[in-house]
Design a protein around this ligand. Structure first.
Ligand code: FAD
Length: 509
């Protein structure tokens, strides 16, 4: 072959290999495999991330996605680029430059941390996402409101996970959702660090004469370069047990509410396909069913939800008396922590209880109720206490020290804990993720901190009241701008004077 032919062949082989690597990335079914496939793809395309440059804002960061796109011309990838390009064209993103000089650290790669990362990626921020684990292992299934399905489709979810919300399906397992969002985040240039745990905020040094050092985060391991990174925004998305200081929790103590989740293997047989799902909201009012269940089995529930997903997933709220009578809870204690402590729960009785409830509520139509395994290799059943639900008192605050400001905010379960059987977690989580990104946009544009905080708190007041019915129905118009999502917002509900306490200058009084 001529030199030209040989070069052409080499080029074709290179491209072919890039396509294989891209397919591997799309098909990767674990967190680790996704990161590995992405690194291989980047290496092959000679794309570099900024991991190793903790002190600098990389001017090329917002170009990451565009360079990747240019270097990977492949029809399968093109379908995904078309989706992402459409989203990236929202004028609010200012061609991905609005937040170009803003470094954001996000704590936690749960669905809400990831969704926030994606949005900040579109805004062109440098986004550093920290996750203390390196596995996405939750089989449990999340209910999706129509707007979240639309939102995820717009991010290419269907291209990254073919089974995404086909037909009337309106749910997804937590791990699949994390995988989809992780892939989008990576493509947009988000830096993802797994096995890195956030430990605390580090104030800028007092003596600013020699170096202009700003706010930092302290992470474990201590040797990790993220410890040196200077940031403008820190976002707490680390779930229920929020670790960011400065956010007071409001607790809502209701009547005792014990939730059980259970996952059974889905072998995708025709018999399994025929079994009808149970949507919680409709079922709560079906008192006859619960009476029959009680009479037939001694199981006493307040509600039950069944979704057919990667697993057959059930979540139910069980009454204490029936758990005691069926031997699931051994001894009765007034204190719920003691009541549900490991030593007071008979695991085998719990497995039997959840299986019996699942069997009865699906009319004995699921052919074999074999438990799926959880992260620890155990049958995937768990008890959770929802007696005490919490919400953060405020959504954001600003810390000022030695001439440096830091915007700190919460999203997802850290901000507002969802009641699982009602399936509000992801919808409200995504709304707050978008609202937070909107706030970061204002921050990057240099708006006054008090104005920014007042607007954020005004929006946060709406969040617990949002329902699928009262958010804007025109999902196609949704953007990072809250006015496109909430029909009757008053961004001035809370005034700047009411949020003065949310600016922490480190001085008493
Ligand atoms: P999460 O999904 O909780 O993610 C938080 C992430 O932060 C995790 O990946 C965690 O490893 C990481 N992290 C925590 N601390 C640190 C740190 N210091 N540094 C770095 N990373 C950190 N909802 C339902 O509707 N139905 C269910 O059945 C259901 N089951 C659940 C089961 C479990 C075990 C858990 C934990 C949650 C469950 N949820 C369920 C809640 C649901 O997962 C959340 O509402 C949803 O995932 C959005 O949460 P998030 O992204 O805010 O936080």
């Amino acid at each position: 072959p001529s030199v030209a032919e040989a070069q052409e062949a080499e080029q074709a082989e290179k491209e072919g290999h890039a396509h294989v690597l891209f397919d591997d990335f799309v098909q990767a079914s674990t967190c680790r495999a996704t990161l590995r496939a992405f690194n291989l793809l980047c290496e092959h395309l000679q794309l570099t991330h900024t991991h190793t440059q903790p002190h600098t804002h990389s001017p090329t960061l917002q170009l990451f996605y565009h360079t990747l796109k240019e270097r990977l011309s492949y029809w399968k990838a093109n379908a995904l680029w078309a989706k992402l390009d459409k989203r990236a064209a929202h004028h609010e993103y200012g061609k991905g430059r609005v937040c170009a000089n803003t470094t954001c650290v996000i704590i936690g790669a749960g669905p809400c941390g990831l969704r926030t990362a994606v949005e900040l990626g579109f805004l062109g921020a440098r986004v550093v996402l920290l996750e203390k684990r390196d596995a996405f292992s939750r089989n449990n299934v999340l209910h999706l409101w129509p707007f979240t399905i639309h939102d995820l489709r717009g991010l290419g979810a269907k291209k990254l996970y073919g089974k995404f919300c086909g037909g009337a399906i309106d749910h997804i397992s937590i791990r699949q959702l994390q995988l989809v969002l992780l892939k989008v985040a990576l493509l947009l240039g988000v830096e993802v660090h797994v096995n890195v745990e956030f430990k605390g905020l580090v104030e800028p040094p007092e003596n600013q004469e020699k170096q202009k050092l700003g706010w930092r985060v302290e992470v474990k391991p201590k040797s990790h370069p993220v410890n040196q990174l200077q940031c403008d925004v820190v976002i707490g998305a680390d779930g229920r047990r929020n670790t960011l200081p400065g956010f007071r929790r409001k607790e809502f103590r209701g009547k005792l509410a014990i939730a059980i989740t259970a996952n059974f293997m889905n072998r995708n047989t025709t018999a399994e396909a025929k079994v009808e799902e149970i949507s919680g909201v409709a079922f709560i009012f079906n008192q006859r069913f619960f009476q029959e269940l009680r009479d037939a089995t001694g199981i006493d529930l307040e509600n039950i939800v069944y979704y057919k997903d990667d697993t057959h997933y059930f979540v139910m709220t069980a009454k204490k008396q029936s758990l005691l009578e069926k031997g699931v809870i051994l001894r009765d204690y007034a204190d719920t922590e003691m009541l549900l402590s490991r030593g007071n729960v008979d695991q085998n009785a719990l497995l039997a209880y959840a299986r019996e409830a699942a069997d009865f509520s699906t009319n004995h139509q699921l052919p074999s109720l074999d438990y799926a395994m959880n992260h620890y290799g155990q049958p995937d059943v768990a008890l959770f206490d929802f007696t005490c639900m919490y919400a953060s008192e405020n959504a954001a605050l600003v810390r000022k020290r030695h001439g440096h400001q830091l915007l700190v905010t919460l999203v997802g379960d850290s901000l507002l804990e969802p009641f699982w059987p009602m399936g509000t977690g992801i919808a409200r989580g995504f709304l707050a993720a978008l609202d937070s990104a909107w706030m970061v946009r204002s921050w990057a544009q240099g708006l006054a901190p008090l104005e920014i905080l007042a607007e954020r708190e005004s929006l946060y007041r709406l969040l617990p009241q949002t329902t699928p019915e009262n958010v804007n129905k025109n999902f196609g118009h949704y953007t990072v701008d809250p006015a496109t999502r909430y029909p009757n917002i008053n961004p001035h509900l809370i005034t700047p004077a009411q949020v003065v306490h949310l600016i922490d200058t480190g001085e008493c009084g």
